[in-house]
Design a binder for this molecule. Structure first.
Ligand SMILES: Nc1ncnc2c1ncn2[C@@H]1O[C@H](COP(=O)(O)OP(=O)(O)OP(=O)(O)O)[C@@H](O)[C@H]1O
Ligand SMILES: [Mg+2]
Length: 307
C-alpha cells in the first residue's frame, strides 16, 4: 500500500508543505490520488462536509471537504489538534452523523443510516457498570441473537485473548483503566466487524499501558486484518501503529492537510520502533506539519509578547 521511495516522499512533502501553508492542500500524497487498493475501499469519505446547529442556531462547520479512503485490511490513523473534527469524522463513518455535503461510502455503497459493518470503540468509556466484564463482552452477540451460552463461551475466549481471563466476573469499577479498555476492545472485536473505528481508545492511560495496549491491538489486528480508522492526538502512537497517518488542520472547517504512508516493517514492536531512524525521520516530517495546527488550536494560550 502506498509506499514510495523516501526521496520522492520528501519532495512531495516540501511541495505540499508550501501548498498547505497557502490554504490546505493535502500533503504527502497528491490530492485525490487513488490508493493502490482503490477498488477495495472499506471506507471512503468523498468531499465530506459536516455542520452542526441550524433551526434557530448558527451553523457551525466542523469539517470541510474531507476526502479519505481506507482500504480493506489497512490501518489508518487520524491525528489533529483538539476540537478539529476527528470524532466527528468517525461518527460520520459510523453513520451517526449525516454529511451536509459529500458522502461516505462503505465497501463502495453509499452509507445510509447506521454502519452495520463497523465496530466502534468510543472515546468515552462505554462499558455497562451493572454488568461484569464477561457480560459486557458477550452482550453484543446476545443482542444479535447468539444463544447465551455460546455468547459467553466466546466472550470468555476474548477475555483470554486480551489477557483478562481471571477478571471475567469483575464489574467495571473493579478494573483498572487499562483493563477496562481491554474489555471494551474485546466487546468490539468479538462481533468480528469488517471495519473498526477507534476514537482515542488509549487516551486516558499512562504511557506504559498505552504501549502494551498498542502491541495488543497490533497483535489482534495482524491475525485477521480489518480496515481500521484510529483517532489519536499522539503522533508517536499513530506512526507506531498505522499504515498511513492522516493529518487534519485546526478547526473550524477543518480539512485533511496531510496523508503520509508509513512504510515501517511489520510485525512491529512498538516499544522499540521509536528508536529506529526511519521512525524518527517520519516523526520529524509529520510533526513539521502538525505543530502549527496544534498551536492554532490554543490561540489564547500561545505565548505573546506583552505590550
Ligand atoms: N453536537 C455538536 N454540536 C455542535 N458542535 C459540535 C458537536 N459535536 C462536535 N461539535 C464541534 O465540532 C468540532 C469538532 O469536534 P470533535 O469532537 O469532532 O473534535 P475532536 O477532533 O474529536 O477533538 P478532541 O481531540 O478534543 O476529541 C468542535 O469544535 C466541537 O465543539
Ligand atoms: Mg474527539
Amino acid at each position: 500500500m502506498g509506499r514510495r521511495p523516501p526521496g520522492l516522499r520528501r519532495r512531495g512533502l516540501k511541495r505540499a508543505a508550501a501548498e498547505a501553508a497557502q490554504g490546505g492542500v493535502p500533503q504527502g500524497l497528491p490530492p485525490g490520488a487513488p490508493s493502490p487498493r482503490a477498488a477495495h475501499r472499506a471506507i471512503a469519505f468523498e468531499g465530506v462536509t459536516i455542520e452542526f446547529g441550524g433551526t434557530g442556531q448558527a451553523l457551525f462547520r466542523a469539517v470541510e471537504g474531507a476526502d479519505l479512503a481506507v482500504a480493506e485490511g489497512e490501518f489508518v490513523a487520524i491525528v489533529g489538534p483538539t476540537g478539529c473534527g476527528k470524532s466527528t469524522l468517525l461518527n460520520a463513518a459510523a453513520g451517526l452523523l449525516t454529511p451536509a455535503a459529500g458522502q461516505v461510502r462503505i465497501f463502495g455503497a453509499p452509507l445510509a443510516g447506521l454502519n452495520r459493518d463497523a465496530g466502534y470503540l468510543f472515546q468515552l468509556e462505554a462499558l455497562m457498570p451493572w454488568k461484569t466484564a464477561l457480560e459486557n463482552v458477550a452482550i453484543g452477540l446476545e443482542i444479535a441473537g447468539t444463544p447465551k451460552r455460546a455468547a459467553r463461551d466466546r466472550a470468555r475466549d476474548w477475555l483470554r485473548r486480551v489477557g483478562l481471563a481471571p477478571f471475567a466476573d469483575r464489574y467495571p469499577h473493579m478494573l483498572s483503566g487499562g483493563q477496562r479498555k481491554r474489555v471494551a476492545m474485546a466487546q468490539v472485536l468479538i462481533r468480528d466487524p469488517r471495519i473498526v473505528l477507534m476514537d482515542e481508545p488509549f487516551g486516558p492511560l499512562d504511557a506504559q499501558t498505552r504501549l502494551i495496549m498498542g502491541d495488543l491491538l497490533l497483535r489482534l489486528w495482524q491475525e485477521n486484518r480489518k480496515a481500521v480508522l484510529f483517532v489519536t492526538h499522539d503522533l508517536e502512537e499513530a506512526i507506531s501503529l498505522a499504515d498511513r497517518v492522516v493529518i487534519m488542520s485546526a478547526g473550524p472547517a477543518a480539512r485533511i492537510i496531510g496523508d503520509f504512508p508509513i512504510g515501517l516493517a511489520r510485525p512491529r514492536d512498538i516499544s522499540e520502533i521509536k528508536l529506529m531512524p526511519e521512525f524518527q525521520a517520519l516523526h520529524r516530517d509529520i510533526w513539521h506539519l502538525l505543530k502549527s495546527e496544534v498551536l492554532k488550536a490554543y490561540p489564547d494560550l500561545t505565548m505573546r509578547e506583552t505590550p
